[in-house]
Ligand binder design. Structure first.
Ligand SMILES: *[C@@H]1O[C@H](CO)[C@@H](O)[C@H](O)[C@H]1NC(C)=O
Ligand SMILES: *[C@@H]1O[C@H](CO)[C@@H](O)[C@H](O)[C@H]1NC(C)=O
Ligand SMILES: *[C@@H]1O[C@H](CO)[C@@H](O)[C@H](O)[C@H]1NC(C)=O
Ligand SMILES: *[C@@H]1O[C@H](CO)[C@@H](O)[C@H](O)[C@H]1NC(C)=O
Ligand SMILES: *[C@@H]1O[C@H](CO)[C@@H](O)[C@H](O)[C@H]1NC(C)=O
Ligand SMILES: *[C@@H]1O[C@H](CO)[C@@H](O)[C@H](O)[C@H]1NC(C)=O
Length: 342
């Protein structure tokens, strides 16, 4: 089994000479043994004027990987790209379209490897459907591995994206074998400026329980947001997020990354919130991505990425103690992704 630690960055910052076009032959497919390393593959090249961010990928069977990303120029639909060689080369594959013509932003993909709601091998796509006045966390499903999509549910509604105090944002899907949970940032009540909540549905795609708090600060003005979640060893989960708060000295907002370790991410409200303390003193900042690999000893390795640094941060003690900064050659970008390919 191969575990390729991959860092996906915002594709607009990658060198155009490395852009994958259909005229070029595919690079050789990865061999099934040994570790293959490749770098700086362009997944999608937008117009020069567009900043695409927060790429999110999902492995399917047979070395297939799907990808989607936040494209503010999108209009009424979102593109799904596919690789059938573990991420070496990418092509346009599918489209999810909004019935109401809203922009579909902030995607997160999840493949259900098994049977759920009597469907086997369903692919899920959570997005933020946005117009000038509203945000809506929506769920789309695909029965053909990401090519065609249909709206399955409108999960939560909020005010405009321009006002973080009222918007719902950044959905993140987790499947635990029985239920689908969507984590997202939202307000939902007047007690907090922003908080992270979850809603869960069991047996179908559309019977969401009421929103349950996951991360809510005791300080009203704090803005925990942008959750990323991974299952680690010992049947524990890590929930990483950016912790927006006002620095009283400079009166400016800061977005360091914090996390929780919990046996049950659906009921994590009372688990303590921890800082990412890095050996080099660097403070990871802004829209995290977190993953776990069994490599690296009995605890495996938690790998965390932020939006400000080219490095990633690793922890081999189940989230206890210090994190180690690991320099990479991958570019720095907003909301880049770390993930593990088997
Ligand atoms: C699906 O599950 C099987 C059995 O646990 C596993 O071998 C396979 O790697 C999984 N595939 C994906 C794409 O997760
Ligand atoms: C994977 O590939 C094999 C061989 O081509 C095929 O039989 C199988 O249906 C594929 N699995 C999926 C889930 O597409
Ligand atoms: C976006 O979609 C709307 C409705 O279909 C259309 O009127 C508008 O021209 C589109 N805008 C762009 C930039 O494509
Ligand atoms: C954001 O929404 C809150 C709550 O409704 C409101 O008090 C505030 O004025 C809004 N901010 C802006 C910039 O519209
Ligand atoms: C695994 O994690 C535990 C709990 O943090 C720690 O005590 C132990 O030293 C770690 N083991 C290894 C091999 O790093
Ligand atoms: C990838 O691209 C970045 C930015 O252009 C560059 O600094 C880095 O050396 C490249 N990495 C590899 C392994 O080619």
């Amino acid at each position: 089994m191969r575990f390729l630690p991959l860092v996906f960055t915002g594709s607009s910052i990658l060198s155009p000479v490395l852009a994958q076009t259909t005229d070029q032959p595919d690079p050789p497919a990865p061999t099934p043994t040994g570790i293959d390393v490749f770098a700086n593959v362009t997944l999608y090249q937008p117009d020069d004027s567009t900043q695409v961010t927060v790429p999110r990928t999902q492995s399917l069977p047979n070395n297939t990987v799907l990808a989607a990303w936040n494209d503010p120029s999108s209009n009424g639909s979102i593109a799904i790209y596919r690789s059938i060689n573990s991420g070496y080369s990418w092509y346009s594959f599918g489209t999810a379209t909004s019935d109401s013509g809203k922009k579909l932003l902030q995607p997160h993909l999840l493949y259900i490897n098994g049977t759920y709601a009597e469907d086997t091998g369903t692919t899920l796509l959570a997005v933020n459907a946005v117009d000038d006045y509203t945000t809506t966390i929506e769920l789309y499903t695909s029965g053909d591995q990401g090519e065609s999509w249909e709206l399955a549910s409108e999960i939560a509604n909020g005010g405009p994206l321009s006002n973080a105090s009222v918007a719902v944002t950044n959905p993140y899907l987790v499947y635990n074998g029985d239920a689908i949970t969507v984590f997202y940032s939202g307000n939902g009540d007047n007690t907090y400026a922003q908080k992270i909540v979850q809603q869960t549905t069991t047996e179908n795609y559309d019977s969401w329980d009421n929103a349950v708090d996951v991360v809510a600060s005791k300080f009203r003005t704090d803005r925990p947001a942008a959750p990323s979640i991974a299952k680690i060893a010992n049947n524990q989960y890590i929930i990483a997020f950016q912790y927006g708060s006002l620095d009283p000295k400079t009166n400016t907002a800061t977005y360091p990354i914090y996390y929780k370790i919990t046996p049950n991410p659906q009921k994590a409200a009372s688990d303590r919130t921890r800082e990412v303390r890095v050996d080099t003193g660097l403070v990871p900042n802004g829209v995290p991505s977190v993953t776990w690999t069994p490599l690296g000893g009995a605890n495996g390795t938690i790998v965390l990425s932020d939006s400000r640094s080219k490095s990633v941060f690793v922890n081999q003690a189940l989230g206890e103690g210090e994190w180690r900064e690991l320099k990479t050659t991958a570019g720095r970008a907003y909301g880049r992704e770390v993930t593990v390919r088997k």
